[in-house]
Write a protein that binds this ligand. Structure first.
Ligand code: 5RP
Length: 218
C-alpha cells in the first residue's frame, strides 16, 4: 500500500466515531482531506463541522457540509486530525501544514481527539520532524534566538503566512524527551502564538494504518 492509501484507511476508520447529530471538529492536511471526503457521504446525519483551517473549510463547504463558528457552540464531542509525529504517550508534533494554532484551539474544546496516521508517524521520541512554531512577525528574530537556546536550529518557513497572519519558524534538531515541559517553555517565549507540540492536550485515541490494517490504540 502507498502512504496515501494508508492515510485514507486511517481517515475512513475515524468515521466509526461520528455519531448522528454531531458537530465534528475537523483538522487539516492530506490525511484529513480523506476524512472530509468520507464525511461527505454521511453529511445528512451530522449537524455540521468546525474547521481548523481555511483550507479544510473550503473542502467541507465544497461538499455541502455546514460550518459552525467555534464561538457559537458549547460542546464539541469529537475532533479528528492527523499528525506529523506521534509518540507512544500520544503527544504529537503537528503543524506541517501550518494550521497548528487553530488545530490546537479546536482540540482544546473537543472532548475526544482522534488522531489518524499512517504507521510512519509513530515514533519513540518526538523531534526528527522539525517542530513548527507560529510567531508574530515582529518577534521572529527574538523568538529564533530564544528557540536556539533550547538547543534547536530555528528556520523561517519561507513565503508562508498562516491563516492568522503570522509566520512559522520550524525548529530542527530537537530531541524532545519531555514533551509537556518543552511545550510550556516554548509557549512562554514572548511573541510565540503557539507551538506544534501537542503534549498537554494530546490525542485520546490513535487510528494507526499499517499494511495489515488499522490499529485502534487507546
Ligand atoms: C497540519 C497538520 C497535519 O495534521 C500534519 O501536518 C499531518 O499532515 P498530513 O496528514 O498531510 O501528513 O498538523 O497543520
Amino acid at each position: 500500500m502507498t502512504q496515501d492509501e494508508l492515510k485514507k484507511a486511517a481517515a475512513l476508520a475515524a468515521l466509526d466515531y461520528v455519531e448522528d447529530g454531531m458537530i465534528v471538529g475537523v483538522g487539516t492536511g492530506s490525511t484529513v482531506n480523506h476524512f472530509i471526503d468520507g464525511l461527505a457521504a454521511v453529511k445528512e446525519r451530522i449537524a455540521g463541522a468546525v474547521s481548523s483551517s481555511e483550507a479544510s473549510a473550503r473542502r467541507l463547504q465544497a461538499h455541502g457540509i455546514a460550518l459552525f463558528d467555534l464561538n457559537d457552540i458549547t460542546d464539541l464531542p469529537l475532533y479528528v486530525d492527523g499528525a506529523d509525529e506521534i509518540d507512544h504517550g500520544f503527544a504529537m508534533i503537528k503543524g506541517g501544514g501550518g494550521a497548528l494554532t487553530r488545530e490546537k484551539i479546536v482540540a482544546a474544546v473537543a472532548r475526544r481527539f482522534v488522531c489518524i496516521c499512517d504507521a510512519t508517524k509513530l515514533v519513540s521520541c518526538l523531534g526528527a520532524f522539525p517542530l513548527p512554531v507560529e510567531v508574530v512577525p515582529m518577534a521572529r528574530a527574538y523568538v529564533e534566538r530564544e528557540l536556539a537556546l533550547l538547543g534547536g536550529r530555528p528556520m523561517l518557513r519561507e513565503g508562508f503566512v498562516t491563516d492568522n497572519g503570522n509566520v512559522i519558524v520550524d525548529v530542527h534538531g530537537l530531541r524532545i524527551t519531555e514533551p509537556r515541559q518543552v511545550e510550556s517553555e516554548i509557549n512562554q517565549i514572548t511573541g510565540v502564538v503557539t507551538s506544534g507540540l501537542f503534549a498537554r492536550r494530546g490525542a485520546d485515541l490513535l487510528l494507526l494504518a499499517t499494511p495489515n490494517g488499522v490499529e485502534r490504540r487507546i
